[in-house]
Structure formats: C-alpha cells, structure tokens
Ligand binder design. Sequence first.
Ligand code: NAP
Length: 486
Amino acid sequence: MSTNTPVGTAARPLRIAVVGSGPAGVYAADIVTKSEAVKSGELTVSIDLFDRYPAPYGLIRYGVAPDHPRIKGIVNALHKVLDRGDIRFFGNVDYGTDLSLEDLRTHYDAVIFATGAIKDADLNIPGIELDGSYGGADFVSWYDGHPDVPRDWPLDAKEIAVIGNGNVALDVARMLSKHADDLLVSEIPDNVYRALKDSPVTDVHVYGRRGPAQVKFTPLELRELSHSKDVDIILYAEDFEFDAESDRQIQSNNQTKTMVGTLTNWIAEQPEDLSELRASRRLHLHFLHSPVEIYDNADAPGRVAGIKFERTELDGTGNARGTGEFVDYPVQAAYRAIGYFGSSLPEVEFDHSKGVVPNDGGRVLDASGAPVPGIYATGWIKRGPVGLIGHTKGDALETVTYLLEDRDNLPLAAAPAPETIVELLENRGVQFTSWEGWLALDAHERSLGEKASADAGADGIQRERIKVVPREDMVEISRGGVAAEV
Ligand code: NAP
C-alpha cells in the first residue's frame, strides 16, 4: 500500500480501536458503521473492539442482575451488531497491561475509550472498613460471576443494611432477600446459587437519605420488589414526609408520581400490627435516614454489629438536612449502593473528583484542557455513572459525530494493516479471545443450562444458561480448549 493512499478508502480504511465492549463501546462502533459517510461510501472504516474480559457485553453481563432478563435481552441487539462480521472482537486484552496507548496509536487512527465504571463510590463514615461492610458494586460483580472477584461471598448475616435509594440498592436488596430457588431460572452461576441458598437472612433494610419523592430508582424496579415470593415489604409512616417541593416533583414527573403512588398504596395496605405479616423474610424501605457510622462488634471486634443514622428532614429545595436525632439498627452486614465510580486509564488524563476522563462532548482533553488528537470517550467513563443503558446511545452518537468531524486531522497510524495488531498480541503471548470464541463460550454456557434442565426433569427448573466464571476456563473454552465437553 502506498504511503500516499488516502485514508478512509477501501485500500486504507480509517482504523478505529474501541476499548470496552459493553453497550457504550458496541453502540459507538455500530454508529460509526451506520454513519452517513460510511453508508454513502465516502468513508471506509475498520473497527476493532477490545475488552479486558474474555466475553463481550461489559455491564450487561457483569452489572445487570440475573433476574432481569428484559435488560439482559439488550444482549440480543449487541450480538446482532458483532455477529455481522465488520467489527472484530478481541477479548481478554487489558488496556494498560497488554496494550499501551502508544501501541493503539501505532495501529489505529482513532481510539474510543468506553471502559465504563465498575467500582463503588466511597462512603467515608467510621466503620466502613469493618468485616461485613461491602460495596454494592462488588456484590453485583460477585452475583454476576465476574471473573476477577473471589468465588465466595460471606452471606452470614440475618439482618442487613443497604445504603442508597438507586436501582443498584434495589438490585442488591432484592438479590439478598429473594429465595435462591426463585433465581434458578436465571443465568445465576452455581456458586452464587449455593451461597444464596444457605443465607440465613431474615431482614434487609434499605435506607434513603431523602424522602419518598426524591428516590433515584425507577417504577418498574420498585414494583418488582413485591414480586419476590415469601418476602414482605415493610414501610414506616414517619418516613412519609412531603413538602411543597415534593408536591411539585410529584406533579411534574410521572415516574415520581407512579413511585410515590406505589409506596403510599403499599403502606396503606400494610397491617397495623406487623406481626400479622407471614413471610419468612422482610424487606424494609426507610427514608430520611443519613448514614453516620457502622458499629464494631464488642464480642467479635472488627465485625459489623449495627449501623447509626441521623434522621433527616426535607429542606424545601429537594434536599434533606440533619435533624440531630439519631437511630441505631442492629445489622451484621452493611452494603453501600451509593453509586459507581470510574477507574483511571493509564496514560489518559483523569478527573479524580468525578471519576471520568475529562472530555468535551467525547473529545478527550489533556491536563491543560486541550483536546488530545485522535482520543475519544463514551458512556459512563465520559459522563459518569448515571442514566439507563438506552441513554448511552445518544452519548455514543455525540462522540462519533466529533470523531468523524475530526477525521481529516487525525494523527495517522504508522501500522494500520489489520493483521499487525494480531501479530503484536501473538508476539506478546496475549491469550486473546475472538468473536468465534465468544460464540463457542456462549454455546457452552447454554449447553450447561440444557444439561441442568435435563437433570432436573420436565417438571424441574429449566435453565437457559449457566455462566462460566473463572477467567482461565472462559479463555480455554473460547480458544477451543473444552468447548465440546459438557
Ligand atoms: P444512583 O441512581 O445515582 O443512586 C445512588 C443513591 O445513593 C441515591 O439514592 C443517592 O442519594 C444515594 N447516596 C449517594 N451518596 C450517599 C451518601 N453519602 N449517603 C447516603 N446515600 C447516598 O446510582 P446507582 O443506584 O448506582 O445506579 C447507577 C445507574 O444505573 C442509574 O442510572 C440506575 O438507574 C442504573 N441502573 C439501572 C438498573 C435497572 O434495573 N434498570 C439497575 C442498576 C442500575 P441522593 O439521591 O440523595 O444523592
């Protein structure tokens, strides 16, 4: 190929690397291929999608609760994109370890980071470091069979606190309180099922620091709590405070109106004498509780024995302030689900206060605030961990629009031939996985589900899939090792 071959042609396509194969990365790659410039034939692109995990789909595989098949269904749309064959997938490749920024710049004209946010935001209260105090995001990774978290999770608490009023808090509370057998229909890994089956939990308490009209979760996810079998929901009349600002929020936002309606119906239907409730497990929803301290156990130092909250009141602006009244709850475990936080990327500027890569509409900025040519970001690492999966599409569109606008001024790759990156990874001994490898792993997981269903018999629980959890097994099956063996 001549060095004068114009970039963006069939002979020398515009080479783009996308780092992260969750919804953000797949949407960005797909939007590039469907752009007007590409569709009209004015521009030819060649896209490689990298992921540090051996399997694709990021947050959908490792962040969505297993009993949410509707959201997991987004996988079908992402599958269709990657199955077309015009976007290559390289799994088990860690940016920063297996590939440097320099490597990506050598092989690609542009790089889009779509690495998301997987860590828990910090909650700086005394006792947060005690045994039995956990991050909700870590628990989510565990129950979703994330390859890099320990297989065992200590589920020895009868009473549990979950701090936060977002959808992750509801996921964590639902997974902790639901009976394990009711999760078997999902793709729950075996180790997770067994641990949940042995859990002695009786009471899970969810605490929001503001009122019922200021919750961050959504109506469907709230209503779903009442679908768990043998779990009673308990609410407290003293938490139902609505000020003028709450009324305004209820009137102006249909979601808020629906949720407040659901909560007020639940409390109205609740028996006055709670001892009339018959379920073996209870899920308590508390509002106007701000966490103050997690208590150490005097009899077993270093372990959680309780949690202290300051009661709050609404301040007229939609926020809450402390009242000076404190309440204690005996719990043996406390989960904070107060939001995710992005992780920094080697050789890329990072905003440590917001947990994002500094950017202007997706154009990544350097320390001086100037755009770094050829480097882009999309998804949660661009805008922070807020919004539903669908919002990521608009975000990707913005980033891709800027990338395509910049295309005549990108710092061109010195080694753009698609085979050179493969050679580099092979020379480094990186055990990367491919799209075909994922299809093999996918088939293997489904066949594990089929086998378990057959063993359970026609009247037993039918399982669509059982996830393979250890990274080395995922890699081996993807690379042709034991795919046929079930
Ligand atoms: P989130 O929606 O931002 O909720 C965080 C919660 O933590 C809020 O209630 C917040 O209260 C509270 N919080 C923050 N700091 C706190 C502190 N210091 N003390 C006490 N409470 C504190 O975050 P998320 O639950 O992690 O969810 C992230 C995104 O993923 C959201 O867009 C969510 O909808 C989405 N998601 C969706 C699903 C689904 O099933 N559809 C499942 C999981 C996640 P304030 O509001 O008072 O700040």
